[in-house]
Design a protein around this ligand. Structure first.
Ligand code: ATP
Length: 326
């Protein structure tokens, strides 16, 4: 028979994402409503190893919905990748009598959670918190909507100056392995081209397009580049273009960490609240080693094994939009 869960731990891990706080709040309050005790574990897996547990009550998560980042802090932990590190983490959980874990993070965090739960008898459930939106088993991850709105807002401003000075801007957005941020922010800002890791970049085609646009007297252009594009980042691609087609005055902007921070959008807050609450319901219903996601309007529990193995694919229809409309 499965052991009854009395005390849970919640942590945020990997890169921070706006909406993580709303998710922590939902997990904490959802668990308290069910009569569970809750510990917030600070600094992700690293804090778990170090025993950074904080007992949470209703007030511990007051007034945090609108804040970016994570009140629990986050970290990347090399030690947790080792068996020895995970064993120390497990002993810390036992010390605090924590029976189950809610992990808010990206696919790396879920790989760690899987490893941990295969070695120790502790139920884990994941909430997808990453700006990259690259996780299988959910339409959207917590933080993605805020990140694309931030990128859109920044590119709009760059577009103004591109227009004013007749310039071609290469704007690099986050996405080491996935082009979700590039694609949506590119469509939303009317970019002339979007380069993503999921499809191979044809530099000849890009130059041909820029030449065509120049011939029809378009004097400013925006090319959005996902940082993980296989041709290199914005600097590399701008250099290659500039060497072969020098009619445009080229500039490069790397948006960088502004895409991670800031107050979460309404959509992220609602998604995070829902997934956090469903994580608690799932745990109490006997869900184990799964990630809670939302697909269309439904809550879906996907085995962590599947969530980390499969890729969330870019919608090809969205890729076509860029080509058709510019
Ligand atoms: P983001 O998508 O924002 O990068 P993430 O969760 O993918 O978030 P990672 O840095 O990849 O971020 O992973 C977070 C932490 O999870 C790592 O620092 C490490 O402690 C743990 N982790 C990742 N992979 C494994 C693994 N295979 N075994 C054990 N722990 C792991």
């Amino acid at each position: 028979m499965k052991k009854k869960i009395k005390t849970i731990g919640v942590l945020t891990s990997g890169g921070d994402a706006p909406g993580m706080n709303a998710c922590v709040r939902a997990v904490v309050r959802g668990a308290l409503k069910e009569g569970l005790e809750v510990y917030g574990i600070e600094h992700g897996y690293q804090g778990m190893i170090q025993g950074k547990m904080r007992k949470m009550n209703w007030k511990s998560v007051s007034g945090i919905m609108h804040q970016g980042g994570t009140i629990l802090k986050t970290a990347r932990s090399e030690r947790f990748r080792t068996k020895e590190g995970r064993e120390i983490a497990y002993n810390q959980l036992r010390h605090y009598e924590i029976d189950a874990l809610v992990i808010i993070g990206g696919d790396g965090s879920f790989k760690g959670a899987l490893e941990f739960s295969s070695e120790f008898d502790i139920p884990v459930i994941g909430c997808p918190g990453t700006i990259d939106n690259d996780i299988f088993g959910t339409d959207f991850t917590i933080g993605y909507d805020t990140a694309i709105n931030t990128a859109m807002w920044a590119i709009d401003k760059i577009k103004d100056t591109a227009n004013a000075h007749d310039r071609l801007f290469f704007v690099e957005v986050m996405g080491r392995d996935a082009g979700f941020i590039a694609l949506r922010s590119g469509i939303a800002t009317g970019a002339e081209s979007v380069l993503v890791p999921e499809s191979s970049t044809d530099i000849n085609r890009l130059i041909a397009k820029l030449e065509r646009l120049y011939q029809v007297k378009q004097r400013s252009c925006i090319v959005v580049v996902a940082e993980g594009d296989e041709m290199g980042g914005a600097f590399e691609i701008a250099k290659k273009v500039g060497q072969r087609f020098d009619k445009y005055d080229i500039r490069i902007t790397i948006l960088g960490h502004i895409q991670r921070g800031g107050s979460p959008t309404c959509m992220d807050r609602v998604l995070a609240s829902r997934l956090g609450l469903e994580a608690i319901r799932g745990l109490l219903d006997g869900q184990r080693e799964v990630m809670v996601g939302k697909i269309c309007h439904d809550i879906v529990f996907t085995p962590l094994e599947k969530a980390v193995k499969h890729h969330h694919e870019l919608n090809p229809v969205l890729l076509d939009i860029i080509d058709i409309l510019s």
